[in-house]
Design a binder for this molecule. Structure first.
Ligand SMILES: [Zn+2]
Length: 121
């Protein structure tokens, strides 16, 4: 995930939640068409941001490899890098930085786990 995607998804969640609240409020004790319109506009902005966030995904791999080269523990060797659960061959594409720690997600068995400083494979 790039910073741009995270920002656009957080923004989308914000607009969708407030849009939903405005639409709910519009159908309160007294129907308020102004709030209903505001709600739909906010929801539309939210969906627009999700759409933009999805488009940003295409530029992500370049950013990701730069981050990985800097942040991964030095003694992790990716040439002989195997899944701890099923032994399937993994690559740096299967590693994501989560809260500053490298997390592997195996494409073969679906397991995800943190990389440790002292890998056992
Ligand atoms: Zn696996």
């Amino acid at each position: 995930m790039t910073a741009g995607r995270i920002i656009s998804y957080v923004g989308a969640a914000f607009f969708l939640i407030f849009g939903f609240l405005f639409i709910l409020a519009a159908f309160g004790e007294q129907f308020n068409s102004g709030w209903l319109i505001v709600g739909f506009i906010l929801a539309a902005i939210g969906f627009g941001l999700i759409f933009l966030g999805g488009r940003l995904k295409k530029t992500a791999p370049a950013d990701q490899s730069v981050t990985l080269n800097i942040d991964l523990p030095a003694n992790v060797e990716f040439d002989s890098f195997k899944c701890q659960n099923c032994g399937g061959a993994l690559s740096t594409d299967n590693v994501e930085m989560v809260a500053g720690a490298p997390v592997v997600e195996c494409p073969y068995c679906g397991t995800s786990y943190q990389l440790t400083e002292d890998p056992k494979w």
